[in-house]
Design a protein around this ligand. Structure first.
Ligand code: GLN
Length: 489
């Protein structure tokens, strides 16, 4: 194999084989990756910074170990990009916010440490909506990410950089965070696989908190197997995260090809009715047929409280955000205003200058719903509805192994077409947020293209800690769909 742009199209599994057969070195893979970044990054704007020194140091270790015939982890030497709200020691972590523009993390997030231990070269930090708040990546304080399939369209958010980077070959795999759909939505819009694991499966230590009861780190890849391999590398109990689950991590790639006949799959009726783009509906219906051909039993299921999901999520997420973001006050770290006259002015001006419009909107609404006069009417009520949504899912698991729906009712929309209308942007999350409210795992799989050639995503949802059968069902469908289209960039 020669170093060339085709390498940036290969999957982690294919690259690993080439590495072990010594057809290519980890250093050559990186050279090629950075060459690809040089080719496309100006157009896509997916990255906040490159981490070349760290990547090449890791690749060198991989090449030495291969030379000495030592055993390596499955992701060793495979290029990885991290969303820029995940800390890497001695590297800038900005959350695409002015308030953290010059913040250098003094420690590694647990996932960063795990990837370093697995000798995974981290090549760059990915752009995002400021503090992971958004659905289009237009809320980045630095630059909007563009969709590699059509540069006039959004890549989805908030992990738009992580999704666009994998779709355009800037990296083989990447990590994002998902509070209400921020991994699955960009995966759907960019035609790649993205997964939000069970709440607590992956440590949140070192992930800049947005809404702590919903946030979860997860992988992007160009195929289900790569997502399984990446999830394997980052999962597991972590005493530094009090919500981390102390449960054994199964081998996620061992049973991907298992027969799924007899599996019971429910399609969520509320998410396949009015308002769904016709091509999205067709692709999901096609996926249902393919599952039936594979021997699965597919039936309609109702999640009746889904209609309250957007309101519930936005009250809870904004309340938690208002509390989590109180720490950015200009005192210990982050942006501090010049020449304040007193302490109050220092706090006020630092926050006023540092936060963008959407972040401020959320802090205001969240503070309002948590304030003593409104707490019962908004925050407490939303918590009660969250419980009802969780119960809808609990009931569904009595009859079904997995649930499916579109990842989003529509495909990627035009840049700047929704920025003036935050409510229409919030509606993009209608299919994804219930999985966060219920804490269950969910994945987006490319399942077709619309009439403009933009990718469509199918969402597959599993019960808590049901990642293995979720990945198994996604893999089987992936083989049937055989989605081999690539953006022409
Ligand atoms: N789009 C949702 C929001 O703006 C989800 C964000 C996320 O998952 N981080 O809150």
């Amino acid at each position: 194999m020669t170093v060339g742009s085709e390498i940036s199209n290969l999957t982690a599994g294919e690259l690993k084989k080439a590495l072990f057969k010594k057809e290519i070195s980890a250093k050559e893979i990186l050279d090629n990756t950075y060459k690809r970044i040089d080719q496309v990054e100006d157009k896509i704007q997916a990255l906040n910074c490159l981490t070349k020194e760290l990547a090449y140091k890791t690749a060198k270790k991989v090449d030495e170990k291969i030379k000495n015939g030592e055993k390596l982890s499955p992701l060793a030497g495979i290029p990885m990009i991290m969303k820029d709200n995940i800390c890497i020691k001695d590297t800038k972590t900005t959350a695409s916010s002015k308030i953290l523009e010059n913040f250098v993390s003094p420690y590694d997030a647990t996932v960063s440490k795990k990837l370093k231990d697995n000798l995974v070269p981290i090549v760059a930090k990915a752009n995002l909506d400021e503090f992971a708040m958004g659905s289009s990546n237009e809320n980045s304080a630095f630059k909007a990410v563009k969709n590699p399939w059509n540069l006039n369209k959004v890549p989805g958010g908030s992990s738009g950089g992580s999704g666009a980077a994998v779709a355009s070959g800037e990296s083989t795999v990447s990590l994002g965070s998902d509070t209400g759909g921020s991994i699955r939505l960009p995966a759907s819009y960019c035609g790649v696989v993205g997964m939000k694991p069970t709440y607590g499966r992956v440590s949140r230590f070192g992930l800049l908190a947005f809404a702590s009861s919903l946030d979860q780190i997860g992988p992007f890849g160009r195929c289900v197997e790569d997502v399984a391999l990446t999830l394997q590398a980052i999962s597991g109990y972590d005493p530094s995260d009090s919500t981390s689950l102390n449960k054994e991590v199964p081998d996620y790639s061992a049973n991907l090809n298992k027969d799924i006949s007899g599996m019971k799959i429910g399609f969520i009726s509320e998410l396949l009715s009015n308002g769904v783009q016709p091509e999205v509906k067709e692709s999901v219906e096609n996926a249902i047929k393919l599952y039936e051909n594979l021997g699965a039993k597919v039936e309609e299921v109702s999640i009746p409280h889904n209609k309250y999901a957007i309101a519930t999520y936005y009250i809870l997420a904004m309340s938690e955000a208002s509390s989590n973001l109180a720490r950015y006050d200009g005192v210990k770290y982050g942006h501090r205003t010049d020449n304040p006259q007193n302490a109050i002015e220092m706090y006020t001006n630092s926050r006023e200058e540092g936060f963008g419009e959407e972040v401020k909107r959320r802090i205001m609404i969240g503070t309002y719903s948590l304030s003593s006069g409104y707490y019962d009417a908004y925050y407490k009520k939303a918590q009660q509805v969250r419980r009802l949504i969780q119960e809808d899912f609990d009931k569904a698991w009595n009859n079904f192994d997995l649930l499916i729906s579109p990842t989003c009712p529509n495909t990627a929309f035009d840049l700047n077409s929704k920025t003036e209308d935050p409510l229409s942007m919030y509606l993009m999350d209608i299919c994804t947020i219930t999985a966060n409210l219920a804490g269950v795992p969910a994945l987006s799989l490319p399942c077709g293209l619309d009439n403009d050639g933009m990718p469509i995503g199918l969402q597959i949802i599993g019960p808590a800690l049901g990642e293995e059968s979720l990945l198994n069902a996604a893999y089987k469908l992936e083989q049937e769909i055989n989605f081999d289209k690539k953006p022409n960039i």
